[in-house]
Design a protein around this ligand. Structure first.
Ligand code: GLU
Length: 308
């Protein structure tokens, strides 16, 4: 099968050094194995994402010289490429999960959910047991008359194992380590895990390179792929970039966003900087296939003052 990587930005702000680092490595990885690249916009959340950021991301990727073959802005066989326009595909997947009884309706408030997902140290941790999971059919019907539910994945006590190209062998007990997660919010908006799984599968993505904060999401997504009858991609979770004080670089750290980086760097010098952070050779040409396995595994401290 032809290899395919992807950029999957959430257009909720300008790209910063941390996003760029993952995108650059995803692009190099796909190209190093002769693969294609797809760009899709993860704009599911109507409150946080929007078109101006989408256009800015496209412009910034273009400036840096990271190109793509399919997806937003260039089209291709499996469009549309904005998640907001793909609801019909998520509906279809959700119907499959429902028919398999892999989902259940949940009426917990946000506060209840947060409390359930943050166990105290030493507490028995079975994130899988949302009380709504045990409601009888009659109770569900009665509640549904009053309020539309969110829908959660009903995770079994099963182990998911995979080999991450950078982080190595991974083992997750779904119920213990991941817990039932929201597939569809009460307002009908689909959650990240379902959308990403459906998109990666239907777009034919074979290699997912992204930040290490999403490592346990891979376990959820592999389970969903299996439920939906798809073959999971290969994963490579790259280290996160951290500021000297230990906080993670994020969109809020405006000082390292593309606006600032573009005034201080040329595309070539920024790409060289990203290679350096990953511990790769300075020369981009001749990157060997599977170089990604040599990328450092642990989070990387960056001295912001030296970068700008
Ligand atoms: N859209 C997510 C983000 O920007 C990335 C999701 C993924 O790579 O699976 O953080």
């Amino acid at each position: 099968m032809a290899e395919k990587g992807r950029f999957a930005p959430s257009p909720s702000g300008r790209m910063h050094l941390g996003n760029l680092f993952s995108f650059y490595l995803a692009w190099l990885d796909a190209r190093s194995v002769g693969g294609r690249v797809v760009l899709r916009m993860e704009d599911l959340d109507p409150d946080r994402t929007g078109q101006p950021w989408t256009e800015q991301i496209v412009e910034d990727l273009g400036w840096l010289g990271l190109d793509w073959d399919e997806g937003y802005g260039v089209g291709g066989p499996d469009g549309p490429y904005c998640q907001r326009e793909r609801t019909h595909l998520y509906d279809a997947a959700f119907a499959v999960l429902r028919a398999r009884e892999a989902v259940y309706p949940c009426w917990c408030s946000r506060a209840q959910r947060l409390a359930a997902s943050a166990p105290h140290p030493g507490e028995v941790r079975d994130l899988g047991r949302c009380p709504c999971r045990d409601l009888s059919r009659a109770e569900r019907e009665a509640r549904a008359m009053v309020k539309a539910p969110a829908w959660k994945a009903a995770l079994p006590h099963e182990t998911v194992r995979f080999r991450d190209l950078i982080q190595g062998e991974q083992t997750f007990d779904l119920a213990w380590d991941c817990g039932d997660f929201i597939l569809r919010r009460a307002d009908g908006v689909y959650g990240y895990q379902l959308a990403v799984t459906v998109d990666d599968a239907l777009m034919g993505v074979t290699r997912v390179v992204r930040g290490r904060d999403l490592l346990d999401s891979a376990a959820r997504q592999i389970w969903l792929m299996e439920q939906l009858g798809h073959r999971p991609p290969v994963y490579a979770h790259v280290p996160l970039l951290m500021a000297e004080d230990g906080r993670r670089l994020s969109k809020r750290e405006r000082d390292l966003d593309m606006g600032v980086l573009r005034t201080r760097h040329t595309p070539a010098s920024l790409r060289a900087l990203l290679r350096g952070l990953a511990g790769l050779d300075a020369v981009e040409q001749g990157i060997e296939a599977d170089f990604i396995k040599k990328v450092k595994k642990d989070d990387i401290k960056v001295d912001i003052s030296k970068l700008i």
